[in-house]
Design a protein around this ligand. Sequence first.
Ligand SMILES: CC(C)(COP(=O)(O)OP(=O)(O)OC[C@H]1O[C@@H](n2cnc3c(N)ncnc32)[C@H](O)[C@@H]1OP(=O)(O)O)[C@@H](O)C(=O)NCCC(=O)NCCS
Length: 159
Amino acid sequence: MITLRKVDGGNIDPLLALEVDAHQRAFVASNTRSILDAYVAITAGGVALPFGIYDGDTPVGFLMIGYGDADWPDAPAIAHDNYSLWRLMIDHRYQNCGYGKAAMREALRFIRTFPCGQAQYVWLSYEPENAVARKLYHSFGFEETGEMDGNEIIAVLKL
Ligand SMILES: CC(C)(COP(=O)(O)OP(=O)(O)OC[C@H]1O[C@@H](n2cnc3c(N)ncnc32)[C@H](O)[C@@H]1OP(=O)(O)O)[C@@H](O)C(=O)NCCC(=O)NCCS
């Protein structure tokens, strides 16, 4: 069974050890970088909710949810008062086994409890070359808006 577990002092080491394939490194930040980004966002008054993705007690991936655009001067308009699926990765050893899809399902279920406040949308972004991620997100109903976040394509889902 796939669950999301909050990153804490007890599980941070195995989560930091999870990695994507070398050819995928341009698609997602390392988990170390993501947790540093969470620290920076939270200490600046923003929101970042980092989670390990678990199959039973085995850590297989990492994801991070954000909310709003506090302390983010060049945020895309969609970030304002909406949720984001800020990071998603499945360790290279566990990819193509259904974990990405299951983790998306759990993340959307959690976001729909509106843990940080009401919102109309959840949004995310991906590199144009990331065909696997694009297909995964489209299968959940995410639609591209034509906007970009830097080099990444933005897609949104109505909550
Ligand atoms: C994108 C990612 C999270 C998908 O997770 P995953 O566990 O491998 O995906 P799943 O096993 O749940 O498969 C989801 C779909 O993608 C397809 N897929 C997965 N890996 C694939 C691959 N290497 N090549 C082609 N299709 C692939 C599956 O067949 C499935 O398609 P289906 O719905 O038609 O059956 C994972 O590949 C990953 O971590 N990639 C590197 C980091 C990244 O790109 N993160 C997203 C940043 S925006």
